[in-house]
Design a protein around this ligand. Structure first.
Ligand SMILES: [Zn+2]
Ligand SMILES: [Zn+2]
Length: 265
């Protein structure tokens, strides 16, 4: 009688225990697979971002060859960002298809759609873009570019390639942070220039906080918890990185604390 009943329940389908075992195995497999899928996605974004910057490096090479080895001013380098307010980087009305007069001297060498925006930045920019100084909340955040040039290469500082003494350690274009970090920087991406110095009359060895710093939104699993914290609170944590192309053309990962050291020509 007992055996009969067992057989019957087998015919009906799975027992509750069997079902639970199957569900927990699926859950376990998902738990193993999902993070590695996320990791693969993050790696793909890193590769795309580094490729963008590599093209910036090639552009510099061509531009300098044809322009007496002289760097342009960072603010006007790729997009003339001094002319029309601080929301220009995310304001469709100022995009080059509508305003070709805002193209900077580097633009003819980099006139490729899709390489001016880091794939990681697309989300970061939408989420934190309203934090920049002088932001007009009526202008939607639709970023046109996310890389900024080192102001210390332009007029008042290095000016010429031959005056860059540490090409491997002086960045050309880099990803800028999207929120202020008290104790490290005071400004965020708002133009085409990354300034680790207040203005062209500031001494090169001026201490932090700087106006701008490198960002850390790549490879940063705890990003949400780090935003808004001061530099002393996060500097010993694993905060992630962003990328920069250097004046010798190589692309490297950079962190905010390197902003000073890796900007000085
Ligand atoms: Zn704005
Ligand atoms: Zn990037």
């Amino acid at each position: 009688m007992f055996i009969e009943r067992e057989r019957m329940s087998f015919k009906k389908g799975f027992t509750l225990i069997e079902l639970l075992v199957v569900i927990s195995i699926i859950a376990l497999l998902l738990a193993i697979l999902l993070p590695s899928l996320g990791l693969a996605k993050e790696k793909a974004k890193n590769v795309l971002c580094k490729n963008n910057l590599r093209q910036y490096g090639l552009c510099a090479e061509m531009y300098l060859n044809e322009n007496d080895e002289t760097y342009p001013s960072a603010w006007d380098s790729l997009f003339k960002t001094r002319s029309s307010g601080w929301c220009q980087w995310h304001d469709e009305e100022n995009f080059l298809d509508k305003r070709p007069d805002l193209a900077g001297p580097l633009w003819p060498y980099l006139a490729t759609q899709g390489i001016h925006l880091c794939p990681t930045f697309k989300r970061i920019g939408k989420e934190y873009g309203q934090n920049h100084p002088g932001h007009n909340p009526n202008i939607p955040i639709n970023p046109q570019y996310s890389y900024s040039m080192n102001i210390l290469l332009g007029p008042g500082y290095a000016e010429k390639r031959t005056r860059v003494r540490r090409p491997m350690n002086t960045f050309f274009f880099a990803e800028e942070n999207m929120w202020t970090i008290p104790g490290l920087n005071s400004y965020v991406l708002n133009d085409n220039a990354l300034c680790t110095i207040w203005n062209t009359s500031s001494p090169l060895d001026s201490p932090p906080p700087y106006t701008d710093s490198f960002g850390f939104f790549h490879n940063s699993p705890k990003l949400g918890k780090l935003v808004g914290k001061s530099w002393s609170e996060i500097k010993d944590m694993k905060i992630g990185n962003t990328y920069a192309v250097f004046t010798d053309g190589h692309v490297d990962a950079v962190t905010p604390e390197e902003s000073y050291r890796r900007s000085r020509p």
